[in-house]
Design a protein around this ligand. Structure first.
Ligand SMILES: *Cc1c(COP(=O)(O)O)cnc(C)c1O
Length: 381
């Protein structure tokens, strides 16, 4: 007896499909960098910053080495220090909180909303009271636009004003999305994004960027990105870092930007199709009326007792899935000693047991989508 042939693998993100479309342009762009040889802060880096500014509408864009560095540079530029509290959702990737702790300040974890997976303004207010009770100085909010959907910035902007907090946006997953008709990068006092390969706009390595309308902040970030330099390389005004984006990565990103808008439209079309087909079978994601999502992930909620078996059944059909995130930050060994909003983070706990991300990328054709849909429906039963 011969085993049944394995169906074609459906990866979570298919960068090879994108390469079939724009690979030649990327190859040529890389060759141009090899020819001019300016590997650090070459012309492509400046051109990318100019194009990202034009695309987003943010007056100042500073590229950097990763999304994590983007957050760290922003916090350094804001002068964050020991005794300061920064409010972050617990249901996120560790890089949202890590730079806060690295700088000696205190991340205070707050809960998220069950429908959008984004920061819960009510829990944020509890977190602020918790921080004050601990004699910490409330300094900033880092809101996360999880899975590509901007957070509730109407509520967050109000709370930031009321409590005199800086509103910083972790848009690592949401670059290209909009809130109230405004592009990500123009909301809050500054925004950080990531160009990690699997993000909606990804390069072929690590990369990130900072967006702001604040010229003073932008100039501090530019200095901090290159060892806190002043007038020149050997003049140091601040303790900074080596946080530059490589010229090669900027060249890749410039090519990817040419198809980025079309890719966002394709992602949105796939998400609507998934939504229609899967509604009633699993809890499908909701997108608030005032936002658009770039669908960094298509994340559903399933019965926690069934999740492992659903993952297995999909794997048997060669369909990749992922759990973002299996453990909220306030339960991680590295972060569990930090404060949480005093009335608990029940939604973060529930979500970590229920979420399941399905294959999502702009080159997922309808036949492949249908295979995913059929497999989920069969697995859920
Ligand atoms: C990916 C990600 C980051 C970190 O970006 P890197 O480029 O990997 O450093 C930060 N926050 C969130 C929410 C992310 O998804």
């Amino acid at each position: 007896m011969t085993a049944a042939p394995q169906p074609t693998a459906i990866p979570l993100v298919d960068l090879a499909a994108q390469q079939r479309r724009i690979g030649a342009g990327i190859g040529a762009a890389i060759k141009r960098v090899l020819a001019h040889g300016v590997y650090i802060m070459g012309p492509e880096v400046h051109e990318l910053e100019r194009q990202l500014s034009a695309y987003s509408g943010a007056p100042h864009v500073i590229s950097c080495a990763s999304g994590t560095d983007a957050i760290a540079l922003l916090l350094m530029a804001k002068g964050l220090r020991a005794g300061d509290a920064v409010f972050v959702p617990s249901f996120t990737f560790s890089a949202t909180a890590e730079p806060i702790a690295l700088l000696g300040a205190t991340p205070v974890f707050v809960d998220v909303l069950p429908d959008t997976f984004n920061i819960d303004p009510r829990s944020l207010e509890v977190g602020i009271a918790t921080a004050r009770a601990l004699a910490l100085k409330p300094k900033a909010i880092i809101s996360v636009d999880l899975f590509g959907q901007p957070a509730d910035y109407e509520a967050l902007t109000k709370l930031a004003q009321q409590y005199r907090l800086d509103l910083l946006c972790d848009a690592a997953q949401s670059f290209g999305a909009t809130w109230s008709g405004r592009k990500v990068g123009t909301i809050g006092s500054a925004t950080a994004t990531s160009f990690f390969p699997s993000k909606p706009l990804g390069c072929y390595g690590d990369g990130g960027a900072i967006f702001t309308a604040d010229a003073d902040l932008a100039s501090r970030v530019r200095s901090l990105r290159v060892h806190g330099q002043g007038a020149d390389k050997y003049d140091n005004e601040h303790v900074g870092m080596n946080g530059r984006l490589d010229t090669l990565q900027a060249a890749v990103l410039l090519q990817k930007l040419t198809v980025f808008e079309e890719e966002i439209v394709a992602r949105d079309r796939i998400a609507s199709r998934y939504g229609k087909a899967l509604r009633g079978c699993v809890l499908t994601p909701t997108v608030s009326a005032e936002v658009t999502s770039v669908w960094a992930q298509y994340t559903v909620r399933v019965d926690p007792a069934r999740r492992a078996s659903i993952v297995r059944l999909l794997r048997d059909k060669n369909i990749a899935t992922a759990v973002y995130y299996p453990k909220p930050l306030h339960r991680q060994i590295a972060y569990r000693a930090f404060p949480t909003a005093s009335d608990g983070l029940p939604v973060s706990d529930v979500l970590s047991n229920e979420v399941l991300s399905l294959p999502m990328h702009p080159y997922l054709d309808e036949t492949t989508q249908d295979r995913v849909i059929a497999a989920v429906i069969e697995a859920v039963g």
